[in-house]
Design a protein around this ligand. Structure first.
Ligand code: FE2
Ligand code: FE2
Length: 331
C-alpha cells in the first residue's frame, strides 16, 4: 500500500518524513489531549507501526529503524499505555483474585458490559451497516494475528508452544488459502468490497486505529509481553459467540455464504483458541513469571475497553441503542 492521507499535523509530519526521506518535523504536541481519542495521533502511530508489518510501497524499508521516528513513536506509545492503564483501573480494581488465573480472566471477560456490536449486527443492522462493519474490521483482519507473532520469540517452553498452536491455526495450518487474513479477503470480495490491504484505512475510526495500535504497542515491547498475551486472550475469549451472531446477521441481510464463512470459521476456532490462550498461554506464562500477572490482567481489561470503544462508536453512528454485552454469559 501507499502512505495514507494525513488527518492532522502529527500524521502529516510523519507521512511527509516517510515520503521525503527526511527527519520528522517537530510538531507542538498538547500532552493534555488524550492520544486514545486523537485520530491524528492514532493515524501517526498506525503508520509508524505499519513499517514493521507490510510497510509502504512509497517508503524506503530502512526507515523502520529511523531513531527520530522511533523516538516520536515511543512518546505516543508511552502516553497510550498510560491512558489505557488509567481507563482500565476500575475494572482491574474489581477483578477477582481467586488464586486461579484462568478463572479470574474468564470472570473479568464475563463481567464486561460493553456495547454489543454483534447483537446489533445479528438482529437489526441494515446491509449497508454490515458492509460498513466489514470494511472497518478489515484494518485488523487483513493482518489478523500478526502483532501477536512478535511475542513468540520472547516466550519459552509450553507457553511458546501454546501461542504457536494458536498462530498455526490463524495462519491456515499450512494451507495458504486458509490463512485467516485470506479468508477475510475472500469475505470482503464476496460482499463486493475491496480486499486490498489497507483499502479502508481512510475510513478507519479513531477507535479502530487505537484497537489495532494497542496490539502493536504491547506486541512489540518485551516488557509488555504479559499485556500482549492478555490482550490476545481477551480477543479470543470474546470472539466465538459474537462471530456466530455476526454470521447470522450477514446471512439475514442476504450477503453471500463466502462472507459469512470467515465468521463461521471463528465460532469453532476461537472456542478452542480461548481455552489455549487463557489457560496455556496466560496462566502458563504467569506460572513461570508470577510478576506478569498484573500485566496479563491489564491486557485483558485493555482489550475489553478498546472493544467497547469500537462497538460504541459504530452503534452511536447508526443511532442504535447499546445492546447487551458480548460476554460469554450472553449466549
Ligand atoms: Fe482468526
Ligand atoms: Fe483465533
Amino acid at each position: 500500500m501507499n502512505l495514507p492521507e494525513p488527518r492532522g499535523p502529527l500524521s502529516a509530519a510523519v507521512i511527509a518524513s516517510l515520503r521525503g526521506g527526511t527527519p520528522p518535523e517537530a510538531v507542538a504536541v498538547d500532552e493534555q489531549v488524550p492520544v486514545l481519542s486523537d485520530e491524528d495521533a492514532q493515524l501517526a502511530l498506525w503508520v509508524l507501526f505499519e513499517l514493521h508489518f507490510r510497510g509502504f510501497d512509497d517508503v524506503a524499508g530502512d526507515r523502520e529503524w529511523d531513531p527520530a521516528l522511533l523516538r516520536l513513536r515511543g512518546n505516543l506509545e508511552a502516553r497510550m499505555e498510560a491512558e489505557l492503564r488509567e481507563a482500565t483501573r476500575p475494572a482491574l480494581h474489581a477483578a477477582p483474585d481467586s488464586g486461579d488465573l484462568a478463572e479470574d480472566l474468564f470472570a473479568l471477560v464475563a463481567a464486561d458490559h460493553g456495547p454489543s456490536l454483534a447483537s446489533y449486527l445479528h438482529r437489526h443492522a441494515t446491509r449497508e451497516q454490515v458492509l460498513e462493519f466489514l470494511a472497518q474490521r478489515s484494518v485488523y483482519a487483513l493482518k489478523e494475528s500478526d502483532a501477536h507473532s512478535f511475542v513468540l520469540g520472547r516466550l519459552d517452553g509450553p507457553v511458546k508452544a501454546a501461542l504457536a498452536e494458536i498462530q498455526y491455526d490463524e495462519y491456515g495450518g499450512g494451507r495458504p488459502e486458509r490463512l485467516h487474513s485470506t479468508l477475510y479477503a475472500d469475505a470482503l470480495r464476496a460482499a463486493g468490497l475491496d480486499d486490498t490491504y489497507g483499502a479502508y484505512l481512510p475510513q478507519a475510526h479513531v477507535e479502530t486505529l487505537a484497537a489495532n495500535n494497542a496490539q502493536a504497542v504491547f506486541g512489540l515491547r518485551r516488557r509488555l509481553r504479559g499485556a500482549a498475551m492478555g490482550l490476545m486472550a481477551a480477543f479470543e475469549a470474546t470472539s466465538s459467540l459474537p462471530c456466530r451472531r455476526i454470521a447470522a446477521g450477514i446471512e439475514r441481510v442476504g450477503l453471500p455464504a463466502a462472507t459469512a464463512a470467515y465468521f463461521h470459521e471463528h465460532v469453532e476456532a476461537d472456542a478452542v483458541h480461548e481455552q489455549v490462550a487463557v489457560r496455556d498461554v496466560c496462566a502458563g506464562l504467569v506460572a513461570r513469571e508470577p510478576r506478569l500477572r498484573a500485566d496479563v490482567l491489564f491486557g485483558v481489561a485493555a482489550s475489553l475497553h478498546l472493544d467497547a470503544l469500537v462497538g460504541g462508536r459504530m452503534l452511536a453512528r447508526w443511532g442504535a441503542a447499546p445492546q447487551v454485552a458480548d460476554g460469554r454469559r450472553s449466549a
